[in-house]
Write a new protein. Structure first.
Length: 274
């Protein structure tokens, strides 16, 4: 099965415009459109570190007047916030650890080929990065693992619904944050059936987890080679991080189904003691 979670893809485009709400500043602004960052997380969710070269470093000002430091590198393991998934966090250090930069937010500006890492230097270390510096990057692995489980669990529900015969529900939106994840579908589940459907979804989702199915990532042959993720037998265009096997999701609990405008919202969660 092939699905396109249209609102999720739109959320990606909106969030790529800049979650930190910064006002452009600093040097080298004119060269930014030509910068490119290799998205290493596309190829391996379980890759938690890499080496890279600094392409841009600048200070910017947030809408509330805070000073922000932004680093751009030629490659990164850190996933930007978007597509219903929260930002990765981590640390960027010089090769000798004399400079350390704590990454609080990662974003991909709209229509840009590069990824921005926003954060602060470790105050106890005096060094600062310059363009051309070689660095090492380390993502918060525990946060990444939880984000991947939550995101894959949301996609797994697409497969569970189809397996239960709900082929008329159209995936619309996904929110895969730890504080109340949900997926939405255009369509309806009658109110008098929702409790039973919740029970069946839990049973079917656990069956797919226990089946230990590989999570497949492929790329379309046309156009921009769209990234396609298959979780539990259903394909969906997605740029997020995912587990490599449904068994890694470990568990899932669907708690409720409720009407939300012209959609039904399915609230779920996974155990968060990763």
């Amino acid at each position: 099965h092939r699905l396109v979670r249209a609102c999720e893809m739109e959320a990606t485009r909106c969030q790529e415009q800049g979650q930190a709400g910064v006002v452009a500043g600093g040097e080298g602004e004119g060269s930014r459109p030509s910068m490119r960052t290799d998205h290493l997380y596309y190829h391996d969710t379980e890759l938690y570190s890499n080496t890279a070269k600094v392409l841009d470093v600048r200070e910017e000002e947030s809408k509330d007047g805070r000073k922000l430091v932004v680093l751009v590198t030629d490659r990164t393991v850190m996933h930007p916030q978007g597509g219903g998934q929260p930002t990765d966090k981590g640390l960027i250090s010089s090769l000798d650890d004399a400079i350390q930069f704590e990454v609080h937010h990662v974003q991909k500006p709209r229509d840009a080929g590069y990824i921005e890492h926003t954060g602060d230097y470790v105050a106890s270390l005096p060094g600062r990065f310059s363009v051309g510096d070689d660095v090492k990057m380390q993502v918060d692995a525990e946060r990444r693992k939880l984000n991947a489980r939550l995101h894959s669990a949301g996609h797994l529900l697409d497969s569970a619904f189809i397996n239960l015969g709900f082929t008329d529900l159209i995936p619309s939106k996904g929110y895969h944050f730890p504080d109340g994840p949900y997926v939405e579908y255009i369509g309806n589940v009658p109110p008098d059936q929702r409790s039973e459907v919740v029970r069946k979804l839990n049973t079917e989702a656990i069956r797919l987890i226990n089946k230990a199915m590989p999570v497949l990532v492929t790329y379309s042959e046309e156009g921009d080679r769209e990234r396609i993720v298959n979780v539990g037998g259903t394909e969906c265009a997605c740029g997020g991080t995912h587990v490599k096997n449904t068994s890694v999701i470990r568990d899932i609990t669907v708690s409720k189904i409720k009407k939300s405008k012209n959609c039904v919202r399915v609230s779920y969660n996974v155990s968060q003691d990763v």
